[in-house]
Write a protein that binds this ligand. Structure first.
Ligand code: SAH
Length: 356
């Protein structure tokens, strides 16, 4: 048993089953034993890898898209350049390198990173040494000024509630005890108003998920963009509409039982892009249609960029580079599993790649 499994089992024994959402929140961000609080989970030696860790091209192309959007809006200053859930700081480092030559851009941008993990904050501080960075714990602390923001694999790490439809309402997935061991259970059925809009497209036995934190965070971001200008690009795995059980645990790049080692495995769920888009529209911003990662990287010129980088590589590095290109773009890998939307003010163009 992990120390966190012990803590949670004692709590459940005392106060009853906990929702999957509370379980996920404790596993990811418990101050002493949480997955993100205690480690850097990224990369080959870790539990999972992400697009910016696979290739510098990802951050370069997104950075240039943000730069073009900033220029389209008349190069305002001062503005916020932010990332939410910045991991090791690799994406932001690539963005900053790629945009260094854009006249006046760095002088206009005040860097803000929204990060909950002290361990990853330290990694970001190392990676972005030399830049003036402000760390904040919450999107609500973003300055009231134009905002250009990136989020890659952030929303999938937010705790979800999961429900199974029943003839008498919805039953929520819970974590309970079976003897001394953690086990999944379902609450008694109850009507859930938050899911009224899913009654028409589900039947008894179907599973749906909601991520209560996602819409308020998107609303904070989109309100600033709608009011002051800016743009956001959100990339994650998921789909337009949440459907089915997508809760999963990864350890050392393998799927594992999410209850086996709480705090030791990465827990995620697919992102419901419709919920993000609705929150942004409610805030008065416009939202692109949802595109695949492969489509957007293609439109931003990843083919040409990949060729250009390939010119200077020896055989071994070239092989890695080609693999990375395929991993980011191909339908069999991240190319279609990962989706993306952009948010912009209704009066402005969407960032390049998203504007059709
Ligand atoms: N964007 C990075 C890392 C993705 S991992 C990349 O693409 O490589 C998820 C990131 O979100 C980590 O930095 C994690 O610590 C952070 N995170 C998770 N939950 C968070 C929360 N509630 N608030 C702020 N950051 C959070």
């Amino acid at each position: 048993m992990t120390p966190l499994a012990d803590i949670l089992a004692r709590r459940i024994a005392k106060t009853g089953p906990m929702s999957l959402m509370d379980f996920m929140a404790e596993c990811l961000l418990h101050p002493d034993h949480g997955y993100y609080t205690t480690r850097d989970p990224l990369g080959a030696a870790g539990d999972f890898t992400t697009a910016p860790e696979i290739s510098q091209m990802f951050g370069e192309l997104l950075g240039l898209a943000l730069a073009q959007s900033w220029m389209d809006q008349g190069c305002p200053a001062p503005v916020t350049l932010a990332e939410i859930g910045p991991g090791r700081g690799t994406l932001m480092a690539d963005v900053l390198r790629a945009t260094k030559a854009v006249p006046n851009m760095h002088a206009a941008m005040q860097l803000h990173l929204i990060e909950a993990s002290p361990t990853l904050k330290a990694a970001q501080r190392d990676r972005l040494a030399g830049y003036d960075v402000t760390w904040i714990a919450d999107a609500r602390a973003l300055p009231d000024q134009p905002l250009w923001l990136l989020a890659n694999e952030f929303f999938d790490a937010l705790p979800i509630r999961q429900f199974t439809r029943d003839p008498h309402g919805w039953r929520e997935t819970q974590v309970a005890l079976n003897g001394a061991t953690l086990a999944f259970g379902l609450s008694n059925p109850a009507p859930i108003t938050l899911l009224d809009h899913r009654l028409s497209d589900t039947k008894v036995g179907d599973v749906v998920e909601i991520c209560p934190a996602a819409a308020p965070i998107t609303h904070e971001i989109a309100t600033r963009i709608a009011t002051y200008g800016g743009a956001a690009i959100i990339v994650d795995y998921g789909d337009w509409h949440s459907f089915g059980d997508t809760f999963q645990a990864l350890e050392a790049h393998n799927m594992v039982d999410p209850l086996a080692r709480p705090g030791q495995a990465d827990l995620t769920a697919h992102v419901d892009f419709e919920a993000l888009a609705r929150a942004a529209t409610d805030a008065g911003a416009s939202v692109s249609r949802m595109l695949t990662q492969g489509e957007v990287l293609g439109r931003l010129g990843i083919g040409q960029r990949a060729q250009r980088l390939a010119e200077n590589l020896d055989a071994a590095a070239l092989e890695t580079h080609i693999k990375a290109f395929e991993r980011l773009t191909s339908d069999a890998e991240m190319g279609t599993l990962f989706k993306t939307i952009a948010i912009a003010p209704t009066r402005s163009r969407l960032p390049p790649g998203f504007d059709t």
